[in-house]
Structure formats: C-alpha cells, structure tokens
Design a protein around this ligand. Sequence first.
Ligand code: FES
Length: 96
Amino acid sequence: MSKTTIYVCNGKNCKEDDSKKTRNAFRNLVEEQGLDNKILVDSCNCMGKCGKGPVVRVEPVGLRAKYIAPKKCSAFLESLLAGTLEKEFDAKKKKD
Ligand code: FES
C-alpha cells in the first residue's frame, strides 16, 4: 500500500501565507504521532489556488484543501486519518 502524501504548496503566494509553517506543523504532528510509516509530508509547486493559502493536496486520495494555517493542521490530520474530509476542503468553513 502506498504512503499517503500531504503536499504543501511552496509557491510564492502560499509562502507569503506561511506555508512553510504549515509544512513544519504537519511534519511535527506526523513525527509526534508515529505516523512516519503511513504519511509523508512534502512540498509542491503552485496549484493555481493562489490567495487561498496555504493550499494543500493529499495523494493518492486526490484531496485538495485551502486555508490550512498551522493551527488547522492537527484537526486536518485527524479528519484525514478518519476519512471524513471532503475532496475540496475549505478550512475557512470550519471552526478552529
Ligand atoms: S502559490 Fe500556492 S496555490 Fe499558487
């Protein structure tokens, strides 16, 4: 079974939205929770959703998410593991 990969956009606009902090938050959570054998966190190029960052893509499930600020990562990861995320997830529509 292939690993789930969380790609955090590293494009110019998402960088301005602190995507590096989001990537680090995901990496820390994965390590803390011992999920290294299941989940990989990587960066990717612009996904064309600029201004809605940090933008995240999860493969191989084909999920896309926007406005994933570092404080949203924990709940996002929990929902991802539970399989309850929508394919087009918008963190602005969810409470913290
Ligand atoms: S820079 Fe992230 S979607 Fe464009």
